[in-house]
Design a protein around this ligand. Structure first.
Ligand SMILES: C[S@@+](CC[C@H](N)C(=O)[O-])C[C@H]1O[C@@H](n2cnc3c(N)ncnc32)[C@H](O)[C@@H]1O
Length: 236
């Protein structure tokens, strides 16, 4: 299979800033609302608990950070980090509409060079971010570095299913349904990037190996939605 060249970090940041106004509606429509269920699973499997300090990396418009903030409660603290300011602006606005959450601080920063000390966090989450990083091993090393010993990270992303027909269905859905929906907003190129980014993305087993190499002590990859998605759960 020929692979399209990887975009630069600037390309990725520009892309997510441009799609920010439609990003939430697209996620909701194209996943039939299931992205929220999968994000909640990531929070559950991170074993986040009330009063902890948590970090959501590549937080985008903030859905997972806000679910994490609900779990950590008012005695907890959450940081949401992303390098696309237009996404962070939406996250910030959404946070003001919810009550009973841990306070959330939104930070414009780079997932490959997190602006935090070693061992600051009890729990770290990420949704649909790892696949977008220009250096996946470095992204995993940063998650490991900022976690406290014994802390957990849960990383949700697309995954290529093992079943050939499901793999075909996924490809058809991305190439046709997703890209066609994006055409209405003149965002075809922006959404056409998902499929090649998934082709480059390590498989679940490869993710496990990368996480172990990054220094995580205990790592499990859980296929979700028949392997169309996956959650990588890692303990430091
Ligand atoms: C597909 S979105 C996911 C957003 C959100 N977590 C969600 O699930 O809706 C990927 C996000 O990763 C961010 N991102 C990609 N590379 C990054 C980097 N190196 N540092 C910080 N954010 C990055 C993008 O700006 C974008 O908001």
């Amino acid at each position: 299979m020929t692979q399209t060249p990887s975009p630069s970090a600037d390309d990725i940041q520009g892309l997510f800033d441009r799609i920010a106004p439609v990003y939430d509606d697209f996620n909701q429509q194209l996943s039939f609302g299931l992205h929220q269920v999968w994000k909640q699973m990531a929070v559950d499997w991170s074993q986040a608990a009330a009063g902890q300090i948590g970090l959501d990396v590549c937080c985008g418009s903030g859905d997972l950070a806000l679910l994490l903030a609900r779990r950590l409660g008012q005695t907890g603290q959450v940081y949401g980090l992303d390098f696309a300011p237009a996404q962070l602006a939406i996250a910030q606005q959404k946070a003001t509409q919810q009550i009973g959450l841990a306070p959330v601080q939104w930070i414009e920063g780079d997932a490959l060079q997190l602006p935090f000390d070693d061992a600051e966090f009890d729990v770290v989450t990420m949704a649909y971010g790892l696949r977008n990083l220009t250096d996946v091993p470095q992204g995993l090393r940063e998650l490991q570095r900022v976690l406290k010993p014994g802390g957990r990270a849960a990383v949700l992303d697309f995954h290529r299913p093992a079943s050939a027909w499901l793999r075909q269905f996924q490809q058809w859905y991305l190439d046709n349904v997703v890209v066609t929906a994006a055409q209405r907003f003149d965002l075809t190129a922006e959404y056409a990037y998902i499929s090649p980014s998934l082709d480059r993305f390590p498989t679940g087993q490869q993710q496990v190996q990368l996480a172990q190499t990054a220094g995580f002590a205990d790592v499990t990859f859980y296929p979700v939605a028949a392997g169309l998605m996956g959650i990588l759960v890692m303990t430091k």
